[in-house]
Design a protein around this ligand. Structure first.
Ligand SMILES: [Zn+2]
Length: 98
């Protein structure tokens, strides 16, 4: 009688975690298709510009380009872009007027 009980407990200890895991995965899977997630995703789409949670790569590149252009000064002689504030052109060595 005691052996049967031990076997039962051992079997439960082996099977229970697996069942719990499968149940947990099923639960998460069900939540993914839930209304709440759908609503949150809709909100995120609406507030893209305000929160900045979703980054548009083209917008990011454009702003980065503008920023880099602001800090660069073209050389009067050869036209090579130079960092604003530098004394001479990095390509031809001409003095930069700033
Ligand atoms: Zn130059």
């Amino acid at each position: 009688m005691e052996v049967e009980l031990r076997l039962l407990v051992a079997g439960f200890c082996i099977v229970a975690p697996s069942l719990l895991f499968v149940g947990f995965v099923r639960l998460l899977d069900g939540m993914r298709e839930g209304d709440f997630v759908e609503r949150v995703l809709d909100r995120l789409d609406e507030n893209v510009d305000e929160t900045g949670t979703t980054l548009d790569p083209t917008l990011f590149l454009r702003t980065a380009q503008e920023k880099s252009r602001q800090r660069m000064v073209p050389c009067a002689d050869c036209g090579a872009p130079n960092v604003a504030g530098s004394a001479r052109c990095g390509l031809c060595g001409m003095k930069l007027q700033s």
